[in-house]
Write a protein that binds this ligand. Structure first.
Ligand code: SUO
Length: 445
């Protein structure tokens, strides 16, 4: 049986904007109130996704969420017609309105944690949507994320969907951005690495001082239990709190893995040597490549600015690996020099492909943030909703759809425009037909 690692990218929603909502995420704060282009953002994302499909990889798309989120604004006590609600929220609580308008569901690395069937006791592929409780604007995502995941992976013979973890800071869960799977082949049992920022129930354990640690050990352990993973196939690693305080708000800003490669910064983790030994022991016989990038070559600030580690390491049909990097990596001299050297070293990574995803980067989301990895065998791929899979037809259809519905420019002040709500709902309603998702949105129910 053939095995694949599919990437499911988040289609950027029509309200993509820069609202400075993510404390601890340097790009989000620095670009607060900048003008965005929802149209360019969506097209940049589609281009990257299509390029991966053209390289011979299985590539899917997830629909964006409904924003402005009128349902959440009603829960917060705003009432009347939809446009009354937008009006009142804009006047009385603009920060709440901004939180209910983010297109942040585009970063599907935060949509869920996924465990492939080769790793789980029941032989099913498990999904747990991330609760994203650390940020108000993201904490309103998980229910719809669950709906979209179920509409995409809609065959209970193969796929097992869990509810997101309890909505409390003890269970702060950011999904696959803090999870990497190492394996010899995608279809063989692997070692799942869960990287957490703090232990919620142990006040004396290390934690960052300045910025939040969004992921807790307790959340990671709960996901591993839900997914029926073996202790022999899981490793919990604490992220270095010092780098969280320097803007590394998720592990995927400082480390990325693929098959037998772990690519990470020297300062990424705590107890690095002991943890690498544990990974080696659990991984077994096959050769592992630990590619450690020293601070002397790439400083943390350069990693955060360029998103060197927020790259996708993918295995091409030839068996060689490629890095999918943002063009920001070309623009940073230290990082560009490092990548040029990396492809000459004795590792499986042989080429780097650069993509302009600047609209997303300006909110702190690189190529790896934009995708959720789902390793599947061929039967599982066949059981996926085929209308979500990228090909020439879907690419053209989605580009036309973006051209028809998306604005070229958007300012934070535009979020209260009732017309934007109408445009977004019209677009999403049409999208659910294109991708045959059914009624995944509140406004359709
Ligand atoms: N994995 C990348 C996630 C980036 C995301 N940024 C944001 O939500 C910024 C939104 C804004 O500031 O408008 C976050 O920090 O969770």
């Amino acid at each position: 049986m053939k095995h694949f690692e599919a990437n499911f990218d988040g289609l950027v929603g029509p309200t993509h904007n820069y609202a400075g909502l993510s404390f601890g995420n340097v790009a989000s704060l620095n670009n607060a109130a900048a003008t965005s282009s929802p149209k360019d953002a969506a097209k940049q994302g589609l281009k990257k996704a299509k390029a991966l499909a053209d390289l011979g990889l299985v590539q899917g798309m997830f629909a964006p969420q409904e924003r402005p989120d009128i349902h959440s604004l009603r829960r917060m006590g705003f009432s009347g017609t939809d446009s009354d609600i937008l009006n009142k929220a804009a006047k009385e609580a603009p920060a709440l309105l901004r939180a209910c308008c983010s297109a942040s569901s585009m970063w599907t690395a935060n949509a869920a944690t996924v465990s492939p069937s080769a790793d789980t006791h029941d032989g099913k592929l498990h999904f747990t949507p991330a609760n994203l409780v650390d940020k108000l604007h993201r904490s309103i995502e998980p229910t719809t994320t669950g709906n979209i995941l179920q509409a995409t992976f809609n065959d209970s013979r193969y796929f097992k969907h869990h509810q997101h973890l309890p909505e409390h800071t003890s269970f702060g869960d950011e999904g696959a951005a803090n999870h990497t799977r190492l394996c010899s082949e995608y279809g063989h049992a692997g070692v799942e690495l869960f990287v957490y920022g703090q232990e919620a129930t142990n006040p004396s354990a290390p934690r960052p001082q300045k910025f939040p640690a969004r992921q807790t050990l307790e959340a990671s352990q709960a996901v591993a239990r839900l997914h029926q993973l073996d202790d022999d196939g899981t490793v919990y690693i604490q992220q270095n709190p010092d780098v969280i305080d320097q803007g590394v708000f998720h592990n995927d800003v400082i480390a990325v893995g693929n098959q037998n490669v772990l690519f990470y910064h020297e300062q990424a983790f705590l107890n690095t040597q002991a943890k690498l030994t544990e990974i080696k022991n659990k991984f077994g016989e096959s050769a592992l490549h630990f590619i450690e990038v020293p601070t002397s070559k790439v400083a943390i600030q350069d990693a955060v600015k360029s998103y060197l580690f927020n790259t996708q390491v993918v295995t091409l049909p030839s068996g060689e690996m490629a890095i999918i990097a943002p063009t920001n990596c070309q623009e940073n001299p230290a990082v560009f020099a490092y990548l040029n050297e990396l492809v000459t070293l004795n590792t499986p990574i042989k080429q780097v492909l650069y993509f302009d995803v600047k609209q997303s980067m300006q909110n702190g989301g690189g190529p790896a943030c934009l995708r959720l990895r789902v390793a599947m065998n061929q039967d599982e791929v066949a059981a996926v909703n085929q209308h979500t899979l990228m090909n020439d037809g879907l690419f053209n259809r989605l580009n036309q759809w973006v051209d028809k519905h998306y604005r070229d420019r958007l300012l934070v002040a535009d979020l209260a425009d009732p017309q934007l709500l109408i445009e977004s709902r019209t677009a999403l309603d049409e999208l659910t037909q294109i991708m045959q998702l059914g009624s995944v949105y509140q406004f359709q129910r």
